[in-house]
Structure formats: structure tokens, C-alpha cells
Design a protein around this ligand. Sequence first.
Ligand code: SAH
Length: 266
Amino acid sequence: MTRAGDKPAKFPLALDRVAPKAKRADVATLRPQRPLQEAAEDAMRRAAPTGLGLDSAGVRARMVARLRADGLHCEPVLAALASVPRHAFVDTALIAQAYEDTSLPIGLGQTISKPSVVGRMIELMLRGHDRLGRVLEIGTGCGYQAALLSQLATSVVSIERLKPLHDKARTLLQPLRRTNLRLVYGDGRIGHAPNAPYDAIIAAAGGDDIPTAWLEQLAVGGRLVAPMQSASGRGQVLMVVDRTESAWIRNVHEAVHFVPLKSGVA
Ligand code: SAH
């Protein structure tokens, strides 16, 4: 509407009154994808599965109660499982399943291990003690188990052969600021000699046998826990190897199902 006394607009669409162009700094940068780092830090803070109306500590406590009821009785392991935010290690679409006792895809055909299996393996490595010493993990994946281990160990070296997963784990673990955890990109079949010997070695991928390098890098008095093809050829079993002064003593435990241990890097 034109008030009396107003000069008629110079332009029919009053283009002379259009707000001046916003300065560059006023325009929010549109990012097609948030930096992974930022998203990971956010996920750590996020109350997980909000759709269920539960906070993440509460959901974890319930997962731990179920694992305890199912026979996991190692308190340090249960405490670690209760504190590490598993939902921060899985894709957003899978967050609602993060506290179910199930393995979930993490990309490149790999999986985050089942909490009960991770718990069982760490329990086997602890042998009734509260803490682990120097640990070598083969198969970092998304870094979930590395987070649990670094909470319980003096130091952890974790190796991954797939560069995108090694990088992803680095990003996802960064908010936890674990100064005793070292991520290595390489073929875990040769272990990691620079930090050997290790008091405990744990593998998250299974081959036909235990690589010699792992046996050599295991400290005397140390224990190795790894999936391995059973001698009968009927699937994988959990193999426990204890190193004494004079021998490596092998014991076969329960049947498991892990991704294959592969050679080389990619
Ligand atoms: N610990 C992981 C489980 C990852 S699945 C977790 O908490 O989620 C097993 C991982 O082992 C995969 O990421 C796979 O790429 C890796 N892997 C298989 N063979 C390997 C090798 N020779 N060296 C290092 N990592 C290997």
C-alpha cells in the first residue's frame, strides 16, 4: 500500500527496497555431510535410542543385566560394558539395536562383535584379575572392543588391515581420549613387534591356525584368545593359548562365528 506523500516506487517491484545482499560471513555454510569427528562427539553425548524413551546409560545397564543373567559374571568386564557407549560405534540407522546382544554391520563387510562374545573373550583374558597388562588386539574394526580393552588394560595396541575402518575407529575413539591406546594400520597376522611382548593377545577375526608371530609376541605367562577353524572343520572355535616358560598350551573353548582373518592390507 502507498501512503499519501510517498513517492511512487521507481521500480514496479520495489527492487530498490530489497535488503542488501547478506555479507559472506552471515551466510551459514551448508555441509552436505557433517565432519565425522563432530558427529562422533555428538553421538557420545546423545541419549540413545530416544525413540524408546531411555537414556543411554540406562539402556546399557539393562544390556549388562541381561549379559549377567546369561552367565557373564566378570565384574570389571561388566563395568566396562556398562560405560562404553556402543551406540556411538554403529551407524545412526542401527542405533536402536546397539544394545542388543547382536553383531552389527560396520561397513566393508565387517561387523562389530556381539557384546556377550566380546565380554566372554575379555573375561578369558583377565583370568580372575581386575586388570590386563599390555594388550594386542587384531581387528580394530570400528574400535568398540578397543575402547573396552583400553579401560581395562595398561596399554593397548590395536591393528586393522582396512584403512577406512582404521580411520573410522580413530575418529570414533577420539572423544574417549584414551591415551593408553595405539591404533595401527597393518596386517595383524604379523602382530606388532615394536611393542612386544604382550601379556594378552585378542583377535576379532579367525583363520585356519594361530599365526606364529602372535605366539612369539605373547609374553611368558601371557594369554592369547582367538577364533580359529576347529580341527574337525566344523566352524570356528575360541582358542585359548597360555604361554609358559617352556611351551604354548592350547585349550579349545566354545563355538564362535567371526569374520575371516585375511592377509595384507587394503
Ligand atoms: N573388534 C571389532 C571387531 C571388528 S571385526 C569391534 O569391536 O567391532 C574384525 C576386524 O578384523 C575387521 O575389521 C577386519 O578388517 C579385521 N581383520 C581381518 N584380518 C585382519 C588382519 N590380518 N589384520 C588386521 N585386521 C584384520
